[in-house]
Ligand binder design. Structure first.
Ligand SMILES: NC(=O)c1ccc[n+]([C@@H]2O[C@H](COP(=O)([O-])OP(=O)(O)OC[C@H]3O[C@@H](n4cnc5c(N)ncnc54)[C@H](OP(=O)(O)O)[C@@H]3O)[C@@H](O)[C@H]2O)c1
Length: 485
């Protein structure tokens, strides 16, 4: 890509500080991870509310036989961009794909592209990551930890950097129960972990993984923690924000209610319940879930870039991007979802949606065999196994930096273009839209289908018969047991 004058329009200083739109006007942005759930949403928001942005560079890797250009076209063909494309078609000319891969030396950038980024980019959003919990340690370290180190190296070279935002996770220190907005160290130095993983000795890597998993629930959260530490020790010269979202759910309002595009986390569980596949989960019954709709995460991330530039510390500022909505337990959320999935059923459900939550491992194991393992012989075993995770933890997240930022944003001229406060969250409405979103964006179904409603009512009767049969069978077993023993 040729050198370009992205800073052509001028914006006065007060505009930069008085509004979010003014802050982004004339700035050039680099986004990694733009083809993912959060990255796509950030791109959509930026082009919708910041029309004077100078340029947006998207670091995208070729994948599965698709070239950079094909992937870029596919990204912009996503219907979530339709409305902004209609309103402001010229904005598309400001978006530029750049071939890169965070797992490769020098981010896999061509020397020419690197120079172009170094000359032009002002704000960086680094989101690219492997979010698979069980990724082999060396792969997760290379993408999430070393990949972040490579991005920070580039950021340090930028000639006109004004802020860098790293999207981490609220669970980067999941072994703690109370999590402050600060960077925690590990007993293993990030450089030592990288050295072992790059050494390629399988025995050493396995031993390391075994040690790591004694403290961390998975390789994902551990490698995100290491990335935070790398940023902390390598970013003296840069204003850096580390945004830590908890569980990111479908959008509440923007770009439309219920928007989503991956099936991880809550979405995966909802999908399995709605399809009638997941029937039992093991969890502490009153455990609260920290779910944040993706549009809040986007707004907090966009505002963090502004906030950290204006209120610069000599160390990265951490923002626990967690919920301050009325608390909701797993059981409440699950129950709301079950009701929605019965009211607006998915097509081709396998059975009537219900799902028990049990805290006792023994009861869970028995139910799991009857409800999941046996039917799994005729169903997709993969979906079943995912339901085995036990949810028992709850965390207290400090939110001082988020709160301070929220207060400062309220004083801006265009504070209404972002939502940072979830206190008026209506969970029932949110879950209803979530179900619509799963049907529309994941399953590509019509929201109302007579066929699925008819099938659902048949399944309801099958469900009732099974319940009655279950009660009779259980009573008979107990009676036999009492009679003979
Ligand atoms: N979703 C959540 O609940 C959640 C919660 C907390 C934090 N986060 C954080 O939010 C960020 C975005 O997550 P997400 O939910 O949007 O995940 P996602 O949908 O899986 O997207 C991941 C993005 O990273 C890119 N990527 C992966 N490996 C790459 C590589 N080697 N080089 C370049 N790009 C690469 C992917 O590109 P391809 O399309 O090429 O694969 C994709 O664009 C991550 O940093 C994650 O840790 C997510």
């Amino acid at each position: 890509m040729d050198t370009m004058d992205v800073n052509a329009n001028s914006v006065n200083d007060s505009e930069k500080y008085d509004s979010i739109e003014g802050f982004y006007a004339t700035n050039a942005i680099l986004v990694t991870g733009a083809t993912g759930f959060v990255g796509k949403s950030i791109l959509e928001k930026l082009i919708r509310v910041c029309p004077r942005i100078a340029a947006i560079f998207l670091l995208i890797r070729p994948k599965r036989g698709q070239t950079l250009e094909q992937r870029f076209k596919k990204l912009l063909d996503d219907p979530i961009y339709d409305s902004v494309k209609k309103k402001n078609p010229s904005i598309l000319s400001k978006i530029h794909p750049v071939k890169g891969d965070v797992s490769l030396p020098d981010l896999g950038l061509s020397p020419k592209d690197r120079i172009m980024l170094v000359e032009n980019v002002n704000v960086v959003f680094h989101l690219a990551a492997t979010v698979r919990f069980n990724e082999p340690l060396n792969v997760a370290v290379n993408v999430n930890t070393k990949g972040t180190a490579r991005v920070i190296e580039l950021c340090k070279e930028l000639k006109h950097a004004i802020s860098v935002v790293y999207v981490s996770t609220a669970y980067s220190n999941a072994y703690l129960s109370e999590i402050e907005e600060k960077i925690y160290t590990t007993c293993l130095e990030p450089s030592a972990v990288i050295d072992i993983c790059e050494g390629g000795n399988k025995t050493f890597i396995d031993q390391l993984k075994e040690k790591v998993l004694k403290t961390y629930p998975n390789t994902y959260t551990f490698t995100k923690n290491l990335a935070e530490q790398i940023i902390s020790s390598n970013s003296d010269s840069l204003p850096v924000a580390i945004v830590r979202p908890s569980i990111i759910g479908a959008s509440q309002e923007e770009p439309c209610p219920g928007w989503l595009n991956n099936v991880y986390g809550v979405t995966g569980v909802f999908l399995q319940i709605g399809k009638g596949v997941l029937k039992v989960m093991t969890a502490k019954r009153d455990v609260k879930l920290d779910v944040v709709p993706v549009d809040y995460v986007v707004d907090m991330t966009i505002c963090a870039a502004w906030h950290v530039t204006l209120h610069r510390d000599n160390k990265p500022k951490v923002y626990n991007c967690t919920s301050n909505a009325p608390p909701i337990t797993l059981i409440q959320l699950k129950q709301m979802y079950i009701e929605c999935s019965r009211d607006v059923p998915m097509n081709d459900v396998l059975s009537y949606p219900y799902c028990a939550v049990v805290s006792n491992r023994l009861i869970y194991s028995v139910l799991n065999i009857f409800l999941h393992v046996l039917p799994a012989f005729i169903m997709d075993i993969f979906l079943i196994l995912r339901g085995k995770k036990s949810i028992t933890h709850e965390w207290i997240f400090h939110r001082c930096n988020i709160t301070e930022m929220t207060m400062k944003v309220k004083t801006l001229k265009d504070s209404d273009i972002v939502k940072l406060d979830m206190r008026d969250m209506n969970w029932k409405k949110y879950v209803t839209n979530y179900q619509m979103g799963i049907k529309k964006f994941i399953l590509k179904e019509n929201s109302e289908s007579v066929k699925s409603a008819r099938r659902s009512s048949l399944l309801y009767w099958a469900y009732l018969v099974t319940q009655v049969f279950g009660v009779v069978a259980l009573s008979a077993t107990i009676a036999l047991f009492i009679t003979y023993f």
